[in-house]
Ligand binder design. Structure first.
Ligand SMILES: [Ca+2]
Ligand SMILES: [Ca+2]
Length: 353
């Protein structure tokens, strides 16, 4: 088994690391012109209308990973979408109103966790089961990019209020995207707000911003060419960030130009949860037909990470770079288990008419 996808950074993933260690498994367009739509009702605050349309979803370009293809035809109905990632201030309102406690703020229940792992997986030390989350730690030099443990640190007390662990805070970062939120946390917020998470198809359609068959929300110009377009990792990941965009970690939302639909940070800043399960071969099941509002596979499967059910994340983060994941491409997808909380994953919501 070879682990090539590097976004395994969750509580479940942590345990999976132990499994690997103990079992010595090697790690080695403009779109078709949409009809002018009449949108009824009031525009929800902070949301933009995405018209219905049909587009070619996925990519078979030089940077595309196998699960981004085959490119296939998708039809999406119109919907409202948050113009920005959900911010710390917005998430704080939710927590103040509900008393919600995020996944990262709770200790790991080993009895529950071991059900998801191969039989015989040893229980890790209790210190690793305390409430924690994964924070980014740059390396001192080049590392094997398959060894994600080289730049992720399992940090006690790291959570949305303390993104870098104890002693850190979000004071003054009210307009930054909330991070260290799991898929479950994102759903709880969405439900409270009367919204939902986007499907992967909705997310990609919205990210394309009215362009046809382009690589990025802004077109085809490379992310490090010309003007700064998004918050990414500029330089060589994970040790040399020349920081041209001025943000080593997250940036306040709306720091960079919006796409054609008026949406900010669809490329970079933080990854965004989608509602779909991840399945390595899902697009193959849609080849040669028009998928109508696809909602993802019935179940998750990833041959590189077969023990963990995962949900889709989209858009890349401040850690994405062409030498690594190029997650800011509109067709790029990653995945993570629903109990993930990490320093570079957040979300935005959608709402039906
Ligand atoms: Ca940056
Ligand atoms: Ca983003």
């Amino acid at each position: 088994m070879r682990i090539t996808y590097l976004n395994m950074k969750s509580k479940t993933a942590l345990i999976f690391i132990f499994y690997l260690m103990t079992t010595h498994i090697g790690c080695d367009s403009q779109p078709k012109k949409t009809k002018k739509e009449v949108v009824y009702g009031e525009q929800p605050s902070g949301m933009g209308w995405i018209p219905s349309g049909t587009f070619m979803m996925g990519s078979d370009g030089p940077q595309a990973r196998p699960d981004e293809g085959p490119v296939h035809n998708v039809k999406v109905e119109g919907f409202w979408i948050d113009q920005t990632e959900v911010t710390n201030a917005q998430f704080a309102d939710f927590v103040a109103a509900t008393g919600y406690v995020t996944t990262a703020e709770k200790p790991i229940d080993w009895e529950e966790m071991k059900e998801q792992l191969p039989q015989g997986t040893h229980k890790p030390h209790d210190s690793l089961l305390q409430a924690s989350s994964l924070i980014f730690k740059p390396t001192n030099g080049p590392v094997n990019l398959n060894n994600f443990a080289a730049w992720w640190e399992w940090k006690p007390e790291a959570n949305w209020r303390q993104p870098k662990g104890k002693g850190s805070s979000i004071d003054g970062k009210e307009d930054h995207p909330v991070v260290h939120v799991s898929w479950d946390d994102a759903n709880a917020y969405a439900q409270w707000a009367g919204k939902r998470l986007p499907t992967e198809a909705e997310w990609e359609w919205a990210a394309r911003g009215g362009l046809k068959d382009k690589i990025y929300p802004w077109g085809d110009e490379g992310i490090e060419v010309g003007a700064v377009k998004a918050n990414s990792w500029e330089g060589t990941f994970p040790y040399d960030n020349i920081n041209k965009d001025l943000f080593f970690y997250s940036a306040p939302v709306k720091s960079f130009e919006a796409n054609g639909y008026g949406l900010y940070d669809m490329a970079g800043n933080v990854w965004e949860w989608c509602s779909d399960w991840y399945h390595y071969d899902y697009y193959k099941t849609l080849e040669g037909k028009t998928a109508n509002n696809p909602r993802g596979p019935a179940e998750s499967f990833d041959p590189y990470n077969p023990y963990i059910a995962q949900r889709i994340i989209r858009g890349g983060s401040f850690l994405c770079n062409d030498t690594y994941c190029s997650g800011y491409r509109v067709a790029s997808k990653m995945k993570s288990s629903p109990d993930t909380g990490s320093q570079h994953t957040g979300f935005r919501c959608v709402k039906d008419l």
